[in-house]
Write a protein that binds this ligand. Structure first.
Ligand code: BES
Ligand code: MN
Ligand code: ZN
Length: 503
């Protein structure tokens, strides 16, 4: 699929001790808003170098504020091409340094050059994990999705090589190896989201997922015949208008010492393209619906990350992969379908397809794997974008502890979630005149009635639903993502597993 370099973010990262006198490329140093250099930086730059920085800062009005930088030709006596001075802000700013963002920002400033990065500043408090987060940010920043551009490739190409000068290179190296696995997971998820649906149709998606067997992940693909045999009537209804057959992919990572430990289950919506079906969407922005498989991409990316860092946890990932299309054979509003759970669903709107796909996958997972907890991720509703915007995902859950854990993991990983209510009124809104339930709950509380629908398919398992319609893809570039697909969720889930489900 991807070359190794592409998978790791197209950047090479090495470590050397702070005292290293390695030469060549750019030299990157960090300063606070007092512009004071660390001891190692002053030593590297020498007195004339330090004076040059002070003069350049004054003439460029560089105040050392966080996320600002100053580039100058390397001073005499410093064997480097350029000197890049990166601001970290006040002492308070420095105390809460976001290492992933800083890594992304730094990689962006270095661009397509190579650099030695002196990770040291007055009051520096970074440990190996922080340095690893820095490398994660640098790798994610350097990701591009431009393989379909035959002429002009995306600009602002980043880093061929970064050498990080740190206090403890061996510890940083070890932590960074895990972080590289996480970066690969995010990049895999971004690749899947960015791929067009004529390339990434369900069967091809399943084939790519199967490549995770290389890492020791067990992969099972349910084909059309098997899904019919099981009775996945809700998922199959969505798929029936498409010329492409649906698939369900089940990934198992059994890293726990005790093989009988009940797994954490991750479930993802994998609608490779959502036209809306017979309830067809309007043309404006419909191309974004190639990203309607972002939830499933996060699940696949997370399994990649866990397997590459050999996480000591049992995790099962399950994704429903379908295409939602209008056709003579499409399902239609007023159809009544029987889900795998046996519950019947009246279809009001064929564009509310994600919940139908998830209903059968959720039911299958709780019945088959008896998970400790289930978390589903889905680009489920436009309503969550109205409610929360594009920087924070909606969280719905039947379990306060699971909810708190996810919220904390999101905070720590820089992928924020906000808990939304699940009250009986939302459940009541999806009662149907003709069947056990209907697939939409009317105009009000759209994200919540969608969650209430899913809740009917989780039985008694502690469960959380992340509506990632707002965060899954974004056209506003960030310090750690210059592409459209965000790969949102991989970092949060990896963190959650690390903090609560290992050993
Ligand atoms: N995939 C969409 C939700 C979506 C919208 C994701 C925008 C990302 C960006 C989902 O299948 C959908 O169409 N939801 C409908 C539900 C409605 C028909 C009840 C929606 O939100 O309008
Ligand atoms: Mn839809
Ligand atoms: Zn959809």
């Amino acid at each position: 699929m991807e070359s190794e370099a592409h998978m790791a973010g197209g950047i090479e990262i090495a470590f050397e001790p702070l005292s290293s006198r390695a030469r060549g490329g750019d030299l990157v140093v960090f300063v606070g808003d007092d512009l004071a250099l660390s001891g190692t930086a002053s030593e590297s730059l020498g007195r004339p170098g330090a004076e040059l920085v002070a003069r350049a800062a004054a003439s460029e009005r560089f105040k050392g504020k966080s996320q600002t930088a100053l580039s100058l030709p390397a001073p005499a006596g410093v064997e480097a091409d350029r000197l890049v001075v990166i601001g970290l802000g006040s002492e308070k700013d420095r105390a809460k340094t976001d290492w992933t963002t800083l890594g992304g920002f730094t990689a962006g400033k270095v661009g397509a050059r190579s650099a030695r990065v002196l990770l040291d500043w007055p009051g520096f408090a970074g440990n190996a994990r922080d340095v690893a987060d820095f490398t994660l940010g640098a790798r994610l920043r350097s990701y591009r999705f431009d393989q379909y551009k035959t002429k002009k490739k995306d600009e602002d190409e980043t880093g061929t090589a970064l050498t990080l000068l740190v206090a403890d290179p061996a510890a940083a190296q070890a932590a960074a190896k895990d972080a590289a696995g996480v970066a690969e997971g995010v990049i895999l998820a971004r690749n899947l989201v960015n791929e067009p649906p004529n390339v990434l149709y369900p069967e091809e998606y399943a084939r790519r997922v199967s490549e995770l067997t290389r890492l020791g992940v067990e992969v099972e693909i349910l084909d059309l015949a098997r899904m019919k045999e099981l009775g996945m009537g809700a998922l199959l209804a969505v798929a029936q208008g498409s010329a492409r057959e649906p698939r369900v992919a089940i990934l198992r990572w059994n890293g726990a010492d005790d093989a009988t430990t009940p797994p954490l289950a991750l479930i993802g919506k994998g609608v490779v393209f959502d036209s809306g079906g017979i309830s067809i969407k309007s043309a404006g922005g419909m191309e974004d619906m190639k990203g309607d498989m972002g939830g499933s991409a996060a699940v696949v990316g997370t399994l990649h990350a866990l397997a590459s860092r050999k996480a000591k946890a049992n995790v099962v990932g399950a994704i429903g992969i379908v295409e939602n299309m209008p056709d003579g054979n499409s399902y239609r509003p007023s159809d009544i379908v029987t889900s795998l759970s046996g519950q019947t669903i009246e279809v009001i709107n064929t564009d509310a397809e994600g919940r139908l796909v998830l209903a059968d996958v959720l039911w299958h997972v709780q019945a088959t794997y008896k998970p400790k907890a289930m978390i589903d991720l889905a680009t489920l509703t436009g309503a969550i974008i109205v409610a929360l915007g594009q920087d924070i995902a909606g969280l719905f859950s039947n379990d306060d502890e699971l909810s708190a854990r996810i919220t904390a993991a999101g905070e720590a990983a820089g992928e924020k979630v906000w808990r939304m209510p699940l009250i009986p009124a939302f459940d009541k809104a999806i009662d149907s005149k003709f069947a056990d339930m209907k697939n939409t709950g009317g105009r009000h509380g759209g994200a919540a009635t969608a969650a209430a629908f899913l809740k009917r398919f989780v039985n008694d398992v502690p469960w959380a639903h992340l509506d990632i319609a707002g965060v899954g893809m974004s056209s506003t570039p960030s310090e750690i993502n210059r592409s459209w697909g965000a790969g949102w969720g991989v970092r949060l889930l990896d963190r959650l597993v690390r903090d609560h489900y290992e050993r």
